[in-house]
Design a protein around this ligand. Sequence first.
Ligand code: ADP
Ligand code: MG
Length: 460
Amino acid sequence: MTDLSFKSLSISLEQVKNLASLGYKTMTPVQAQSLPYILKGKDIIAQAKTGSGKTAAFGIGLLNKVNPRFFGIQALVLCPTRELADQVGKEIRKLARSVPNIKLVLLCGGKPFGPQVGSLEHGAHIIVGTPGRVQDHLKKRTLKIDQLKTLVLDEADRMLDMGFSDVMEEIIGKTPKSRQTLLFSATYPDEIKQMCRSIQRDPITVTVESNHEQNIIEQLFYQVKKHERNNTLLGLFQHYRPNTAVVFCHTKAQCRDVAELLQKNNIESLAIHGDLDQRERDQVLVRFANNSCSVLVATDVAARGLDIKSIGLVINYELPRNPEIYVHRIGRTGRAGEKGIAMSLFVEHEQIRVDAIEQYQGKPCLIDSPVSLDLDTSYKLYPPMATIQIDGGRKDKIRPGDILGALTGDAGLQGAQIGKIDIFDRSSYVALEHEAVRQALNYLANGKVKGRPRKARKVR
Ligand code: ADP
Ligand code: MG
């Protein structure tokens, strides 16, 4: 049997301990297959589904080579979106606890340029960012990557889909040829193969089975007439009575309509799609992760790659054209060994999409009739928590403990009434039991957090 412990790798004892403290006991399959090569300095192409632990694979690898005493950019991670970059940055910061004095700077669009320049001037070792903003910094010469040791392209397929191919090429052109190039992708289309040939040297290819275990996700398809879509969607909620769900839609307009439909039927939901500004997107994701939103209605672009908790039910309001996207969508449910449920609606002319999924998964799709749904019309879904936003965040040196301290101390809340606390640069979000919201806001109207009054409001 292969040794799946992190101890078996040539990494520092501090990192092994750090991983244990993060609760990482054994390597995930993609880690076990790629880390030995990554640590040897090999170029890698890794293909594995969302949630398989790719970030730690490259994070452990790049940290192993960073020299904290040399103040120059030694690792660059490119991600398709700001949310993904945020998430990757957070994970690498956790992994970097094992190496003293490592500085990581996030370079993403939608954020002012000046403070990023300031952070870079202070000297950084690792950059995590989106291609557009990284290129802006290179052009302005506020960023230099000619000493780079490790380049990571995370969700490379997505970056190509988003039209970043030229920008990526330009960025890679500014890195030294001696670099190690690690490419992670959920799918492996020809464009990626071509790109790998031009930017990697003798890469090792690692593929982790993308089909989910047969029995872990229950998949059912419902053939409906166009006018039956909405009622069948509601029927699925009333039949399965999930605590959390994600409904995937094809377009922004469809997202809005479906969210409104659910809303009207006592299923509180939030839509997430490309039209939201960054702050709105942050808020939706925070609320979904902290249990103050139970249903997310999302487009693929908005939801992809995000590390969200295991979801009880995934519904495809419309089937995607590409079966790989289908497999990704349903991979959101049934994580961590829990059984998941994925339901899909399709109309007659979309049968071809069902056929493609059948072929891709190598097994028949079970088709059921909406008539079989056992409707509980008293079903309602409201989230157990609410979220308040407090002005002040990381840049104001606020930490979760400061907020927890103020709310359980002077405000008089019980610890059990307080859920997840998320700190952003200039604001913080706190999940609270509904009954505790007024008490918290009353306190914050006059009281202080970290020595200063802070404005706060309920996020709606
Ligand atoms: P991917 O990039 O493949 O979609 P992530 O890197 O975001 O996946 O990892 C998914 C989740 O798994 C994260 O919450 C991460 O903290 C956790 N994780 C990663 N590696 C391990 C491990 N070896 N043991 C336990 N949890 C892990
Ligand atoms: Mg990832």
